[in-house]
Write a protein that binds this ligand. Structure first.
Ligand SMILES: [Mg+2]
Length: 133
């Protein structure tokens, strides 16, 4: 019987969705996920590298941020080669007036970043192993 909190279930769900749409929608947080908000010298290269991999396999990336200066966010993302398709906006293929952006997974330092990071890495490995990407 499926237990909804099993990581395997959410991993398999992402794999099924990728195979169905040849894409995933990934929302990623800005502060302390790809940007060193507290100026502690943190580097977020693993998350950035994962986002670059996801972009390379046709995923749609939304920066989902509480930052008010979106020009700063956009400039930072471009200058640091962090791929994104939208900032705080739903994908054009997902029509919704909801303030919550739609995504298949959310990478956020306040929402189990390590688990989602590991899971998405696993998804790319499994898709590659089975030659879906
Ligand atoms: Mg954050």
């Amino acid at each position: 019987m499926d237990y909804y909190l099993d990581i395997e279930n959410s991993t398999n769900r992402l794999i099924d969705e990728y195979i169905k749409y040849n894409s995933l929608v990934i929302a990623f947080d800005f502060d302390d996920t790809v940007y060193d908000f507290h100026k502690k010298g943190r580097i977020y290269s693993e998350v950035v590298s994962l986002l670059q991999t996801l972009k390379s396999i046709n995923c749609y990336l939304i920066c989902w941020t509480g930052q008010e200066d979106l020009d700063f966010v956009k400039t930072y993302l471009i200058e640091n080669r962090i791929p994104f398709d939208a900032i705080n906006e739903n994908p054009p293929f997902h029509k919704s007036t909801s303030r919550k952006v739609y995504a298949n997974a959310y990478l956020d330092d306040r929402a189990g970043l390590r688990q989602v990071y590991d899971e998405l890495n696993n998804v790319t490995k499994i898709l590659s192993k089975h030659k879906y990407i």
